[in-house]
Design a protein around this ligand. Structure first.
Ligand SMILES: [Zn+2]
Length: 470
């Protein structure tokens, strides 16, 4: 994600706050503010000493995923005719190679520049305002077709010849494991809640993981497996589609690590056991595709169970937030928190100190329909503070009912926590800002292109085989 929340014109912003009418209005508002001395004490008391990280083995590989999107007019003369682009950067950091880039405490900038040239992100192009493709009836239908075509296309495949190595097949794996009646329990089938044709809307519709075009059994209109993401519902024919683009970017950012997980599990589980993933933002999916979070959580738990059976360590997956309410909050409390402390944010705390917008009617607590990971505030031994997330240590939130709210905040349930903290500590020394560790690192200092289907995964697999051989 691009950096957000920066105020373009600071002078005009302070003018607004100085305006007496605005100042009077703000007096009656509840908003995030500096904690009082008493509150600061309550807050800092919630932090615990971190578990020991000495002697923790770091992973051999780190994969960092970050996305951005933009909507462009096709020419200056047609500003309202637009195409959307989503770029997802996925970089692989070989920890041994990363160490070799160092010259004393610094990273050799020339060698880094050389490596960065090899990074080629995955780009999706979709029709936006006032553009239709291939005789489709609307922008929305064109968007649906384009998304599906690119998700199943050769660029997302680990093996260009095999459609089932595509990102779309990974979507089948996740959708099969979703919560509720739309789950199929079979990774070759998924269900759409309803037909996307507004004149039909019958459902659910079951689709197979096959290359052929599939049709609604009620109205015979074209339907696509990726319709289940429901991003198309936010596409408009004539307005900006920034919301739909940001939703699509978000689901791909979170599906991509699962895609690598699937590939590595099938091809070299021992490499998977020594790989860590960094994603940008909280471990959560918002919008109509939010259901995907449940499929990710279950898939992640299943992969971990398989690694455990083979005596391999759990996967480290870390969501790191650079913006948002929690990040705003940690800036306010930073000075009250001692180094080497961590706090798993619980619901009561979140609603008391961070979220001023009001409690949401959530059955299983905060983020019940969106989050698959727990937020932590972590202050490193050297004093940098981060908002990081780890996947919930369960396959499903509903299995725990009410007690999930307390289960999710117990540090002892996060077996991989010491390794995750050690990894953050390892990377922090090279950073200029607190909130941007892995992603900035990925962009700035890395590494090898990790286009799905690219040579890097072959390379990983070969290295894994070589390791077994020794
Ligand atoms: Zn239909």
């Amino acid at each position: 994600m691009p950096y957000q929340g920066e105020i373009a014109n600071k002078a005009s912003h302070s003018d607004i706050v100085r305006n007496p009418d605005v100042a009077a209005f703000l007096k009656g508002c509840t908003y995030l503010r500096e904690p009082s001395a008493e509150e600061a004490q309550t807050i800092s008391a919630r932090f615990q000493v971190i578990p020991p990280t000495d002697g923790t083995e770091l992973p051999n590989y780190v994969i960092a995923v970050d996305g951005s999107f933009y909507e462009a007019s096709i020419t200056e003369r047609l500003p309202s005719t637009r195409i959307g682009f989503i770029k997802i950067g996925a970089v692989l950091i070989d920890m041994a190679q990363y160490k070799s880039l160092r010259v004393g405490p610094f990273v050799d900038p020339f060698r880094v520049a050389e490596l960065q040239r090899n990074n080629s992100p995955l780009t999706f192009a979709v029709p936006s305002a006032n553009i239709r493709t291939n005789g489709k009836a609307s922008v929305r239908d064109s968007f649906r077709a384009a998304v599906d075509e690119q998700l199943v296309g050769p660029r997302t495949r680990f093996n260009p010849e095999d459609g089932r190595s595509s990102l779309r097949t990974t979507l089948f794996h996740l959708a099969a494991r979703r919560a509720g009646p739309l789950a199929t329990g079979d990774s070759t089938r998924l269900r759409l809640h309803a037909c996307p044709n507004p004149e039909c809307s019958n459902g659910p519709i079951e689709l197979m993981d096959v290359p052929e075009q599939q049709f609604c059994p009620y109205c015979n209109t074209e339907v696509y497996p990726s319709d289940c993401l429901r991003v198309w519902e936010e596409v408009t024919d004539f307005q900006s589609n920034a919301t739909a683009l940001s939703r699509l970017m978000l689901v791909i950012e979170h599906m991509l690590p699962m895609h690598y997980l699937r590939f590595l599990l099938e091809n070299s589980p021992q490499v998977l056991g020594s790989t860590a993933f960094f994603v940008d933002g909280p471990l959560a999916i918002f919008g109509n595709g939010a259901w995907l979070h449940g499929g990710i959580l279950r898939y992640f738990a299943e992969v971990n169970a398989q690694l455990e059976q083979r005596g391999l360590p759990r996967i480290i997956m870390i969501g790191l937030q650079k913006t948002g309410q929690v990040v705003d909050h940690i800036k306010l409390i930073d000075r009250y928190v001692q180094p080497g402390r961590i706090f798993a944010i619980d619901d009561d705390f979140r609603y008391q100190f961070i979220l001023m917008g009001g409690r949401e009617p959530a059955e299983n607590g905060f983020g019940s329909g969106t989050y698959y990971g727990q937020d932590f505030i972590y202050k490193t031994p050297s004093g940098r503070i981060f908002c990081m997330a780890l996947p919930y240590p369960v396959a499903s939130k509903t299995e725990f009912g009410e007690s999930f709210k307390t289960t999710k905040t117990q540090l002892s349930h996060y077996v991989e926590l010491p390794r995750a903290l050690a990894l953050i500590d390892h990377f922090e020394s090279d950073l200029y800002e607190n909130a941007v560790i892995p992603i900035a690192l990925a962009h700035r200092y890395t590494a090898i292109s990790l286009q799905p289907g690219g040579k890097v995964l072959d390379l990983l697999t070969r290295r894994a085989l070589a390791q077994i051989g020794t």
